[in-house]
Design a protein around this ligand. Structure first.
Ligand code: GLY
Ligand code: MN
Ligand code: MN
Length: 443
C-alpha cells in the first residue's frame, strides 16, 4: 500500500536542494537517524526517528541512513535501509525495504544498510569531506564491525564536519504545510488540557490528569512530545517535574505542562489552575503577575525584533510584580541588570521561551549567554512564551513569604510569528482567571 508522507515530494526535494546549495560538490552529506534505546532487557523504548531525517526525507524506520553525493552534475540521494527479512518482520513488523524506500520516498535510490560500509570505503578513497548530523551508536557499530578495532573508527571517519547548523537555518522557518501540522498539534494539546481542567477535583492524583491528557492524545492518533509535567501543590515549583505520582490536595494549584506530536511536530502548552476551581487571593496575586508578563512577552514577538526582547519584557513585568508584593526589595535597575541576573532569578530561573518544531526545544534558537545569540524573529518562526514564578516550600536559600510558599505558576503558549504580529496558535486553551474558574466549576 502506498504510504502517506506528511509532505509532498517536491517539498522534501526543495529542502534537500536548499541544503545542498551550500555544500561543495566534492563533499557528501550523511544523515543518520536515532538509536533504538533499551528500556529493560529485551524491551525497547518506542522508536522516534531523528528530526533531521524526518525533515529531509520523512523516513521513520530505524537503522537507516540518508546519503547525498554529487556525481559531477547531479546530487544523488540514497536511502540505506533495513532490507525486507521475513523472519525479522514476523517479530518486529513489516518493513518498507529497499523497494519501498526507492518507490515511495523522496530519494533517487535505495540500498540495503548492509552495503553502507563498502560505499563509505569508496567515498573515503576519493578523500571526500563528510557532512554529518550525528554519530549514533548503530552507525558507529555498522562501521566498527568491519574494522579491526573501535580505535580505527575515528581514523576511518576523520574528514567530517557538522551539517546541523546549515539545516537548522532551514528548519527555523516553517513552511505553510509545517504550520498546518503545528496548528493541528496545538489544537489537540489545547483540547486535552481543557478536558483536564473540566475533570479536576480536589484529592485527585497527578497521574489521573496525565491519563486524561494522554488518553485525549491517543484518541486523536497523537502522542506526547515529552513526558507531561503534572505538578500539584509544591510540585508545581519543580520546573521539569515528571513523577506525577502525588495527590493534589484541596486548595492547591496544579501546573500542567503538556504537548503532543502530529507528524513529528510538537506543541508545548502550560496552564496552571486551582484544583478546586477557585484561585485564592495569594494565588491570584502571583498568577496576575505571570499573565501580565506573558502577554507583554507575546507582544514582543514581532518580526525583526531581537530574540531577547521577549525575555526582557517578561523580566520587567515579573520584577515589577515581585517588587510590588514586597517579595524582592531592590530598585528595578538592580533587578534587571546587565545580564538579566537580577533578584527575580531566585523565583523565575528559566528563559522565557524557545523555538518549537520537530523538536520541542527546536533547533536554531539561542538565548543571551549562549554561544549562538539567537535570531531576530522572522515570519514563519514558531516560539513558545512561558514565563513563570516558583516559590518552593523546601528552599532555604531564599526568603519566601509563608503565604506564597508552595505556589508555582507557569503560563505557556505557542506563537507563530507573522507580518501582522504574533499569532497565538494555542489560544483556544483558556488562561484568564475568570475563564478557568468558570470552566472548572461548570463541569
Ligand atoms: N515542556 C518543556 C518546556 O516548556 O520547555
Ligand atoms: Mn512546556
Ligand atoms: Mn516550552
Amino acid at each position: 500500500m502506498m504510504p502517506k508522507l506528511p509532505f509532498t515530494k517536491s517539498e522534501y526535494e526543495q529542502r534537500q536542494e536548499s541544503l545542498l546549495n551550500s555544500i561543495s560538490k566534492n563533499d557528501i552529506v550523511i544523515i543518520t537517524t536515532n538509536d533504538v534505546m533499551i528500556r529493560s532487557n529485551d524491551v525497547n523504548y518506542s522508536f522516534r526517528a531523528n528530526s533531521y531525517m524526518l525533515y529531509l526525507c520523512g523516513w521513520e524506520e530505524e537503522n537507516s541512513i540518508l546519503l547525498m553525493e554529487n556525481n559531477g552534475s547531479n546530487w544523488i540521494k540514497t536511502l540505506y535501509v533495513n532490507p525486507t527479512n521475513t523472519e525479522k518482520e514476523i517479530w518486529e513488523g513489516r518493513r518498507q525495504g529497499v523497494e519501498g524506500a526507492r518507490k515511495f520516498w523522496p530519494v533517487d535510490n535505495a540500498k540495503s544498510i548492509h552495503s553502507l560500509f563498502q560505499d563509505l570505503v569508496v567515498v573515503k578513497s576519493k578523500n571526500k569531506k563528510i557532512h554529518i548530523n550525528q554519530k549514533p551508536k548503530y552507525f558507529v557499530d555498522l562501521i566498527v564491525e568491519n574494522l579491526e578495532s573501535r580505535d580505527s573508527f575515528d581514523n576511518f571517519l576523520s574528514n567530517v564536519n557538522d551539517v546541523n547548523i546549515l539545516i537548522d537555518k532551514l528548519r527555523v522557518i516553517k513552511s505553510n504545510a509545517e504550520i498546518k501540522h503545528m496548528r493541528a498539534s496545538c489544537a489537540i494539546a489545547s483540547s486535552a488540557i481543557i478536558q483536564a481542567m473540566k475533570k479536576s477535583y480536589s484529592g485527585m492524583g497527578e497521574w489521573e490528569l496525565q491519563a486524561i491528557i494522554e488518553q485525549f492524545y491517543k484518541m486523536n492518533k497523537s502522542q506526547s512530545s515529552y513526558i507531561p509535567i503534572i505538578g500539584g501543590g509544591d510540585n508545581s515549583t519543580i520546573l521539569h517535574y515528571k513523577k506525577n505520582n502525588s495527590v493534589i490536595e484541596e486548595g492547591s494549584l496544579v501546573l500542567v505542562d503538556a504537548g503532543c506530536e502530529i507528524n513529528g511536530y510538537a506543541s508545548d502548552i502550560t496552564r496552571t489552575w486551582p484544583i478546586n476551581g477557585t484561585f485564592t487571593k495569594e494565588q491570584k496575586e502571583i498568577y496576575k503577575i505571570v499573565l501580565k508578563a506573558q502577554k507583554a512577552a507575546i507582544e514582543s514577538c514581532q518580526v525583526g525584533f531581537d530574540w531577547n526582547k521577549m525575555h526582557e519584557s517578561s523580566v520587567l513585568h515579573i520584577s515589577e510584580g515581585l517588587l510590588e508584593l514586597g517579595i524582592i526589595d531592590t530598585d528595578l535597575g538592580d533587578i534587571i541588570g546587565e545580564n538579566f541576573d537580577g533578584r527575580y532569578r531566585d523565583f523565575f530561573m528559566h528563559g522565557t521561551g524557545h523555538l518549537l518544531g520537530l523538536d520541542v526545544h527546536d533547533v536554531g534558537g539561542g538565548r543571551k549567554g549562549d554561544d549562538n545569540p539567537g535570531p531576530s524573529l522572522q515570519p514563519g518562526m514558531i516560539v513558545t512564551v512561558e514565563p513563570g514564578l516558583y516559590f518552593s516550600k523546601w528552599r532555604s536559600d531564599v526568603s519566601i513569604p509563608d503565604k506564597y510558599a508552595g505556589i508555582g505558576i507557569r503560563i505557556e503558549d505557542d506563537i507563530l510569528i507573522t507580518e501582522n504580529g504574533p499569532e497565538i496558535i494555542t489560544k483556544s486553551c483558556p488562561k484568564e482567571i475568570e475563564d478557568i474558574e468558570v470552566l472548572i466549576r461548570n463541569k
